[in-house]
Design a protein around this ligand. Structure first.
Ligand code: ZN
Length: 139
């Protein structure tokens, strides 16, 4: 069995942002040489997500609005977590609901997706360097 590990780094200009990383993940699969297997993609930070959905700008705007309604950034004082001196209590909640990771099947060296599936990095406390782990196993 082969295994391959790669880190993807991001530094978003805004606090909340979604980035399509499908091509980055497919590149890692190609580099790995794995034709049949699995790829795990996970955020390595507790204020960021990796998720699969449609690459449609209206949907992404809806997500941002919905997440801000569920867990508004302000007032900072609404989160007990922020008593630590941090201001990212909301980002931990947003990450929790959007998920930590995805697993995608690799078939004939390609990501084996449904028709509209794309992989996204979801940032909820950006403007600093953060990373995503890509781990591939198979043969
Ligand atoms: Zn925190």
């Amino acid at each position: 069995m082969k295994s391959y590990r790669k880190e993807l780094w991001f530094n978003t200009s805004s606090r909340m942002e979604f980035i399509n990383i499908t091509r980055n993940v497919q590149d890692a699969v190609s580099e790995s040489g794995v034709k049949e297997g699995l790829v795990l993609v996970n955020a390595m930070h507790i204020t960021a997500s990796v998720f699969i959905n449609d690459d449609e700008s209206g949907l992404h705007a809806d997500y941002k609005k919905w997440l801000e309604e569920l867990a508004p950034h302000e007032p900072i004082s609404r989160y007990a977590h922020n008593r630590t001196g941090e201001d990212n209590g909301d980002a931990h909640h947003k990450r929790q609901i959007m998920g930590r990771e995805v697993v995608v099947a690799i078939t004939e060296g390609r990501l084996d997706f449904g028709p509209w599936e794309q992989i996204f990095y979801g940032e909820f406390d950006g403007r600093r360097r953060k990373r995503v782990l890509v781990k591939i196993i198979g043969e």
